[in-house]
Design a binder for this molecule. Structure first.
Ligand code: IPD
Ligand code: CA
Ligand code: CA
Length: 276
Protein backbone atom coordinates (compact mmCIF):
# COMPACT_ATOMS: atom_id res chain seq x y z
CA UNK A 1 0.00 0.00 0.00
CA UNK A 2 1.28 3.48 -0.81
CA UNK A 3 2.01 5.89 2.01
CA UNK A 4 -0.14 9.02 2.26
CA UNK A 5 3.05 10.98 2.84
CA UNK A 6 5.68 9.84 0.31
CA UNK A 7 9.27 10.26 1.36
CA UNK A 8 11.22 13.19 -0.10
CA UNK A 9 13.13 10.82 -2.38
CA UNK A 10 13.37 13.17 -5.35
CA UNK A 11 15.32 16.39 -5.56
CA UNK A 12 13.13 18.12 -8.13
CA UNK A 13 10.93 19.79 -5.54
CA UNK A 14 7.76 17.93 -6.43
CA UNK A 15 7.38 16.14 -3.10
CA UNK A 16 7.89 19.49 -1.39
CA UNK A 17 5.10 20.88 -3.54
CA UNK A 18 2.83 18.01 -2.45
CA UNK A 19 3.41 18.88 1.22
CA UNK A 20 2.84 22.53 0.35
CA UNK A 21 -0.48 21.78 -1.40
CA UNK A 22 -1.80 19.87 1.61
CA UNK A 23 -0.66 22.46 4.13
CA UNK A 24 -1.95 25.46 2.19
CA UNK A 25 -5.28 23.80 1.30
CA UNK A 26 -5.92 23.20 5.02
CA UNK A 27 -4.86 26.72 5.98
CA UNK A 28 -6.97 28.25 3.20
CA UNK A 29 -9.97 26.15 4.26
CA UNK A 30 -9.59 27.41 7.85
CA UNK A 31 -9.54 30.94 6.48
CA UNK A 32 -12.67 30.16 4.48
CA UNK A 33 -14.36 28.83 7.62
CA UNK A 34 -13.83 32.16 9.39
CA UNK A 35 -15.74 33.86 6.57
CA UNK A 36 -18.35 31.08 6.50
CA UNK A 37 -19.17 31.79 10.15
CA UNK A 38 -20.19 35.34 9.16
CA UNK A 39 -21.42 34.61 5.65
CA UNK A 40 -24.60 36.65 6.08
CA UNK A 41 -22.56 39.84 6.44
CA UNK A 42 -20.56 39.34 3.23
CA UNK A 43 -21.41 41.49 0.21
CA UNK A 44 -22.24 39.26 -2.75
CA UNK A 45 -21.34 40.19 -6.32
CA UNK A 46 -22.48 38.57 -9.54
CA UNK A 47 -20.10 37.67 -12.34
CA UNK A 48 -21.58 39.09 -15.56
CA UNK A 49 -25.30 38.71 -16.22
CA UNK A 50 -25.72 35.29 -14.58
CA UNK A 51 -27.27 35.93 -11.16
CA UNK A 52 -26.40 32.34 -10.16
CA UNK A 53 -22.66 33.02 -10.67
CA UNK A 54 -21.73 34.60 -7.34
CA UNK A 55 -18.53 35.69 -5.60
CA UNK A 56 -17.68 37.37 -2.30
CA UNK A 57 -14.67 38.72 -0.44
CA UNK A 58 -14.19 35.22 0.94
CA UNK A 59 -13.31 33.82 -2.51
CA UNK A 60 -11.03 36.77 -3.26
CA UNK A 61 -9.23 36.77 0.09
CA UNK A 62 -8.68 33.00 0.19
CA UNK A 63 -7.22 33.08 -3.32
CA UNK A 64 -4.99 36.03 -2.38
CA UNK A 65 -3.74 33.99 0.60
CA UNK A 66 -2.88 31.01 -1.63
CA UNK A 67 -1.16 33.28 -4.17
CA UNK A 68 0.93 34.90 -1.42
CA UNK A 69 2.03 31.46 -0.18
CA UNK A 70 2.96 30.47 -3.72
CA UNK A 71 4.91 33.68 -4.28
CA UNK A 72 6.82 33.07 -1.06
CA UNK A 73 7.66 29.41 -1.68
CA UNK A 74 7.54 28.73 -5.43
CA UNK A 75 7.84 32.12 -7.19
CA UNK A 76 9.05 30.44 -10.38
CA UNK A 77 5.79 28.49 -10.83
CA UNK A 78 2.83 29.50 -12.99
CA UNK A 79 -0.76 29.82 -11.80
CA UNK A 80 -4.33 29.55 -13.04
CA UNK A 81 -6.82 30.75 -10.42
CA UNK A 82 -10.52 31.36 -10.69
CA UNK A 83 -10.53 34.82 -9.17
CA UNK A 84 -7.09 36.19 -10.12
CA UNK A 85 -6.50 34.85 -13.61
CA UNK A 86 -3.42 33.18 -15.03
CA UNK A 87 0.31 33.99 -15.13
CA UNK A 88 3.58 32.24 -15.86
CA UNK A 89 2.04 29.60 -18.12
CA UNK A 90 5.43 28.86 -19.70
CA UNK A 91 6.64 27.37 -16.39
CA UNK A 92 7.12 23.63 -15.90
CA UNK A 93 4.89 23.69 -12.79
CA UNK A 94 1.50 25.40 -13.02
CA UNK A 95 -0.80 25.58 -9.99
CA UNK A 96 -4.53 25.40 -10.75
CA UNK A 97 -6.58 26.68 -7.84
CA UNK A 98 -10.15 27.29 -6.80
CA UNK A 99 -10.19 29.13 -3.47
CA UNK A 100 -13.79 28.15 -2.77
CA UNK A 101 -15.47 25.54 -4.94
CA UNK A 102 -19.14 25.57 -4.09
CA UNK A 103 -19.54 29.31 -3.56
CA UNK A 104 -23.32 29.20 -3.97
CA UNK A 105 -23.45 26.57 -1.19
CA UNK A 106 -21.04 28.61 0.94
CA UNK A 107 -23.14 31.78 0.71
CA UNK A 108 -26.39 29.92 1.38
CA UNK A 109 -25.17 28.06 4.46
CA UNK A 110 -24.83 24.66 2.82
CA UNK A 111 -21.75 22.72 3.88
CA UNK A 112 -20.72 21.51 0.39
CA UNK A 113 -17.70 23.68 -0.37
CA UNK A 114 -13.97 23.19 -0.35
CA UNK A 115 -10.58 24.57 -1.35
CA UNK A 116 -9.01 22.89 -4.39
CA UNK A 117 -5.31 23.10 -5.23
CA UNK A 118 -3.86 21.10 -8.12
CA UNK A 119 -0.51 21.09 -9.87
CA UNK A 120 0.24 20.49 -13.54
CA UNK A 121 3.77 19.41 -14.34
CA UNK A 122 4.81 19.35 -18.00
CA UNK A 123 1.13 19.66 -18.88
CA UNK A 124 -0.04 16.69 -16.81
CA UNK A 125 -1.92 16.69 -13.48
CA UNK A 126 0.63 15.47 -10.91
CA UNK A 127 -0.71 16.24 -7.45
CA UNK A 128 -3.69 17.75 -5.75
CA UNK A 129 -5.29 18.60 -2.43
CA UNK A 130 -8.97 19.29 -1.74
CA UNK A 131 -9.81 20.49 1.77
CA UNK A 132 -13.38 20.20 3.09
CA UNK A 133 -13.34 21.87 6.51
CA UNK A 134 -16.98 21.17 7.32
CA UNK A 135 -16.35 17.45 7.32
CA UNK A 136 -12.69 17.47 8.40
CA UNK A 137 -11.69 15.77 5.16
CA UNK A 138 -8.53 16.42 3.22
CA UNK A 139 -8.49 14.58 -0.10
CA UNK A 140 -5.03 14.43 -1.60
CA UNK A 141 -3.01 12.50 -4.11
CA UNK A 142 0.22 12.30 -6.06
CA UNK A 143 0.57 10.34 -9.29
CA UNK A 144 2.38 7.11 -8.50
CA UNK A 145 1.89 7.47 -4.75
CA UNK A 146 -1.86 6.92 -4.39
CA UNK A 147 -4.79 9.05 -3.31
CA UNK A 148 -6.22 9.44 0.17
CA UNK A 149 -8.87 11.05 2.31
CA UNK A 150 -6.91 12.07 5.39
CA UNK A 151 -4.79 8.89 5.75
CA UNK A 152 -7.26 6.43 4.20
CA UNK A 153 -6.56 5.22 0.63
CA UNK A 154 -9.19 5.99 -2.02
CA UNK A 155 -10.57 3.40 -4.43
CA UNK A 156 -13.21 3.76 -7.13
CA UNK A 157 -16.56 1.97 -6.85
CA UNK A 158 -16.81 -1.55 -8.26
CA UNK A 159 -20.14 -0.94 -10.02
CA UNK A 160 -20.70 -2.54 -13.41
CA UNK A 161 -23.99 -0.80 -14.18
CA UNK A 162 -25.45 2.61 -13.32
CA UNK A 163 -28.24 0.87 -11.41
CA UNK A 164 -25.68 0.13 -8.68
CA UNK A 165 -25.00 3.63 -7.32
CA UNK A 166 -25.37 7.41 -7.43
CA UNK A 167 -24.12 9.67 -10.22
CA UNK A 168 -23.14 13.26 -9.47
CA UNK A 169 -24.32 15.81 -12.04
CA UNK A 170 -23.91 19.51 -12.62
CA UNK A 171 -24.47 22.28 -15.09
CA UNK A 172 -24.15 26.02 -15.38
CA UNK A 173 -25.89 28.44 -17.71
CA UNK A 174 -22.92 28.34 -20.07
CA UNK A 175 -22.98 26.66 -23.47
CA UNK A 176 -23.54 22.94 -23.05
CA UNK A 177 -26.49 23.18 -20.67
CA UNK A 178 -28.69 21.80 -23.44
CA UNK A 179 -26.94 18.45 -22.88
CA UNK A 180 -28.05 18.24 -19.25
CA UNK A 181 -31.66 17.07 -19.49
CA UNK A 182 -30.99 14.45 -22.20
CA UNK A 183 -28.32 12.98 -19.92
CA UNK A 184 -30.66 12.92 -16.92
CA UNK A 185 -33.31 11.29 -19.09
CA UNK A 186 -30.95 8.57 -20.26
CA UNK A 187 -29.68 7.98 -16.73
CA UNK A 188 -33.19 7.51 -15.35
CA UNK A 189 -34.19 5.38 -18.33
CA UNK A 190 -31.33 2.97 -17.53
CA UNK A 191 -32.17 2.75 -13.83
CA UNK A 192 -29.61 5.22 -12.50
CA UNK A 193 -30.04 8.07 -10.01
CA UNK A 194 -28.47 11.52 -9.77
CA UNK A 195 -27.20 13.89 -7.10
CA UNK A 196 -25.95 17.52 -7.36
CA UNK A 197 -24.18 18.87 -4.30
CA UNK A 198 -22.90 22.16 -5.78
CA UNK A 199 -19.16 21.46 -5.65
CA UNK A 200 -17.52 19.89 -8.68
CA UNK A 201 -14.28 19.34 -6.78
CA UNK A 202 -16.03 17.43 -4.00
CA UNK A 203 -18.12 15.33 -6.38
CA UNK A 204 -14.91 14.42 -8.22
CA UNK A 205 -13.30 13.45 -4.91
CA UNK A 206 -16.37 11.36 -4.09
CA UNK A 207 -15.94 9.41 -7.33
CA UNK A 208 -12.34 8.70 -6.33
CA UNK A 209 -13.58 7.66 -2.88
CA UNK A 210 -16.17 5.25 -4.33
CA UNK A 211 -19.05 7.26 -2.80
CA UNK A 212 -20.36 8.18 -6.26
CA UNK A 213 -20.04 5.89 -9.26
CA UNK A 214 -19.65 8.83 -11.64
CA UNK A 215 -19.96 12.57 -12.11
CA UNK A 216 -20.97 14.43 -15.28
CA UNK A 217 -20.91 18.22 -15.71
CA UNK A 218 -21.94 19.85 -18.98
CA UNK A 219 -19.00 22.29 -18.83
CA UNK A 220 -16.42 22.64 -16.08
CA UNK A 221 -13.38 24.89 -15.59
CA UNK A 222 -9.92 23.50 -14.85
CA UNK A 223 -9.80 24.97 -11.33
CA UNK A 224 -12.93 22.98 -10.45
CA UNK A 225 -11.34 19.64 -11.24
CA UNK A 226 -7.56 19.66 -11.75
CA UNK A 227 -6.78 18.45 -8.23
CA UNK A 228 -9.62 15.96 -8.46
CA UNK A 229 -8.29 14.43 -11.67
CA UNK A 230 -5.21 13.29 -9.78
CA UNK A 231 -7.40 11.55 -7.21
CA UNK A 232 -9.50 9.94 -9.94
CA UNK A 233 -6.45 8.52 -11.71
CA UNK A 234 -4.85 7.20 -8.54
CA UNK A 235 -8.11 5.65 -7.29
CA UNK A 236 -8.52 3.62 -10.49
CA UNK A 237 -11.40 5.63 -11.94
CA UNK A 238 -11.53 7.07 -15.47
CA UNK A 239 -11.98 10.56 -16.93
CA UNK A 240 -12.52 12.10 -20.35
CA UNK A 241 -9.86 14.16 -22.15
CA UNK A 242 -10.76 17.24 -20.15
CA UNK A 243 -7.57 19.21 -20.83
CA UNK A 244 -7.76 18.90 -24.63
CA UNK A 245 -7.79 22.08 -26.68
CA UNK A 246 -8.28 25.13 -24.48
CA UNK A 247 -9.34 23.04 -21.47
CA UNK A 248 -6.87 24.61 -19.05
CA UNK A 249 -8.10 28.16 -19.54
CA UNK A 250 -11.53 27.73 -21.12
CA UNK A 251 -12.84 24.46 -19.71
CA UNK A 252 -14.59 21.52 -21.36
CA UNK A 253 -17.39 19.01 -20.78
CA UNK A 254 -16.42 16.68 -17.94
CA UNK A 255 -16.98 13.04 -17.03
CA UNK A 256 -15.31 10.97 -14.31
CA UNK A 257 -16.52 7.51 -13.38
CA UNK A 258 -15.74 4.13 -11.92
CA UNK A 259 -14.15 1.94 -14.60
CA UNK A 260 -17.14 -0.43 -14.83
CA UNK A 261 -19.64 2.31 -15.71
CA UNK A 262 -17.52 4.87 -17.58
CA UNK A 263 -18.50 3.65 -21.06
CA UNK A 264 -22.18 3.43 -20.11
CA UNK A 265 -22.16 7.04 -18.85
CA UNK A 266 -20.09 8.31 -21.79
CA UNK A 267 -22.66 6.81 -24.18
CA UNK A 268 -25.42 8.67 -22.31
CA UNK A 269 -23.57 11.98 -22.77
CA UNK A 270 -22.92 11.26 -26.44
CA UNK A 271 -20.55 13.00 -28.87
CA UNK A 272 -20.61 16.37 -27.06
CA UNK A 273 -18.33 14.87 -24.38
CA UNK A 274 -15.17 14.98 -26.44
CA UNK A 275 -16.26 17.16 -29.37
CA UNK A 276 -14.00 20.09 -30.32
C1 IPD B 1 -18.98 25.67 -9.39
C2 IPD B 1 -19.24 24.37 -8.68
C3 IPD B 1 -20.51 23.75 -9.21
C4 IPD B 1 -20.45 23.52 -10.69
C5 IPD B 1 -20.08 24.80 -11.42
C6 IPD B 1 -18.83 25.44 -10.84
P1 IPD B 1 -17.82 27.65 -7.97
O1 IPD B 1 -17.80 26.30 -8.91
O2 IPD B 1 -18.17 23.47 -8.86
O3 IPD B 1 -20.74 22.49 -8.61
O4 IPD B 1 -21.71 23.07 -11.13
O5 IPD B 1 -19.83 24.46 -12.77
O6 IPD B 1 -18.60 26.66 -11.49
O7 IPD B 1 -18.37 28.75 -8.80
O8 IPD B 1 -18.65 27.35 -6.79
O9 IPD B 1 -16.37 27.83 -7.69
CA1 CA C 1 -15.40 26.06 -8.82
CA1 CA D 1 -14.75 29.10 -6.96
Amino acid sequence: MSSPHPAPDRDDGLIARYAFARRVALAAAARGMAYYARRNSLAVQHKGDDLQDVVSIADQDVEAFIRAELAAHFPEDGIVGEEGGSAGLQARCIWVIDPIDGTACFLNGLHNWCVSIGLLVDGQPLLGAIADPNHDELFHGFIGHGAFVNDTPLAAHGAGNVREGLVGVGTTHRAGKENFLPFIGALLEQGGMFLRNGSGALMTAYVAAGRLIGYYETHLKSWDCLAGLVLVREAGARHNEFLRGDGLLGGNPYLVAAPGVYEQLAAMVGPSLDAD
